[in-house]
Write a protein that binds this ligand. Structure first.
Ligand SMILES: NC(=O)c1ccc[n+]([C@@H]2O[C@H](COP(=O)([O-])OP(=O)(O)OC[C@H]3O[C@@H](n4cnc5c(N)ncnc54)[C@H](O)[C@@H]3O)[C@@H](O)[C@H]2O)c1
Length: 329
């Protein structure tokens, strides 16, 4: 009988138990393991003998696959981003990596919406002022901006962006987007126009990042990028911390190159106390809780468990991210 480990102790135990039951009902042996660190390298002795691991953002560097060679066949990500898993090394050892694509889209898109509104209307700052009996914002008519009729530039037009575009249409925004693999069907359906990065810089009042962290995207939001944006632009990052050079973004915010930023993600996490974004002007910061809704966690967890059951019963798993693994199986 194939053995599965469910790791990720930050996730609700009740959801992990539901996943465990689903796996057992599908003829698999399943254990819930609490790991003390988020690097599986520290834990490979406890992972020996497991054929599948359901992970939740833990690090899987190349050495993990050397140490678990022979037993491990699948890592099923309870979530979407897999930049923390060395997928090339996994494939070299015949290990497939899949994710729960689309399961978190509504939650993250709603979080991006919340950050847009929070930055445009200075909601967290106003909250702090009211608690300090400071009503100057009202008496001096310090104004924010409406979202209505703004141009929103989305970078990476995948699942989360498409959910966001749908929400933005309700606010009468013009949505433009860039992606290396353009989805014309989704664009037409959601009334989104293709734009180059340069057009997004020139036209967007709100720029929202939804690309994965890759060698091509890491550091894409740097001094040069920001210098070409509109001075009233706000940047929203619910993608990955590595997309942004924090020093360059903090400089741009503090010097009025752009107007504000809403960030759900950092690198590393938690951010170093010296990260200049922690003290930059006009920022709203969240602790990577974009996907943290009970609805999305349940959906992601059950999708991750289904992917495992499908994989070990020979059914197709559509979200395998390193199909090369088959060459080394
Ligand atoms: N904040 C959170 O809690 C949270 C939760 C889930 C996902 N995420 C992040 O959001 C990202 C997007 O998630 P998704 O579900 O929409 O993924 P997705 O795979 O559906 O969409 C990503 C899109 O980015 C495009 N892309 C990749 N490289 C690109 C490049 N160099 N330039 C332009 N486009 C590029 C892809 O073609 C794809 O369409 C994830 O990779 C993850 O890093 C964050």
């Amino acid at each position: 009988m194939k053995k599965i480990a469910i790791i990720g102790k930050q996730q609700l135990l009740s959801i992990r138990q539901k996943m465990q039951q689903y796996l057992i009902d599908n003829g698999l042996e399943a254990d819930i393991l609490d790991m003390e660190t988020r690097n599986v390298l520290d834990w490979t002795d406890k992972m020996k003998g497991y054929n599948g691991i359901i992970s939740c953002g833990e690090k899987f560097p190349a050495e993990v696959f050397e140490r678990l060679h022979g037993d491990l066949e699948l890592i099923s990500r309870y979530g979407v981003g897999t930049d923390e898993i060395d997928k090339v090394a996994a494939a070299e050892h015949g290990v497939a990596v899949c994710n729960a694509a689309g399961s978190l889209s509504t939650a993250v898109a709603e979080c991006a919406m919340g950050l847009i509104l929070a930055v445009l209307r200075s909601i967290p700052e106003s909250d702090r002022e009211v608690r300090n009996n400071d009503w100057s914002r009202f008496f001096q008519s310090k104004t924010g901006n409406q979202i209505q009729d703004k141009t929103v530039g989305i970078i990476g037009f995948g699942d989360i962006s498409q959910a966001l575009a749908k929400m933005l249409s309700g606010f009468s925004c013009k949505v433009i987007a860039y992606d290396i693999f353009w989805n014309e069907e989704a664009a037409k359906r959601l009334n989104v126009e293709y734009a180059t990065i340069e057009q997004i810089q020139q036209q967007a009042d709100i720029i929202s990042l939804h690309v994965p962290s890759t060698p091509q995207t890491n550091g894409m939001i740097n001094k040069e990028f920001l210098s070409k944006c509109k001075p009233n632009a706000i940047l929203i990052n619910t993608g990955r911390g590595r997309l942004v050079v924090p020093e360059d973004l903090a400089d741009a915010l503090n010097n009025g190159v752009i107007r504000g930023a809403g960030m759900d993600v950092f690198f590393p996490e938690p951010p170093d106390p010296s990260n200049p974004l922690l003290t930059a002007k006009n920022t709203v910061l969240l602790p990577h809780t974009g996907a943290c809704t009970i609805e999305s966690h349940l959906k992601a967890g059950m999708m991750a468990a289904k992917n495992v059951a499908d994989f070990f019963t020979g059914k197709e798993v559509k979200t395998i991210l390193n199909p090369d693994y088959l060459k080394n199986k």
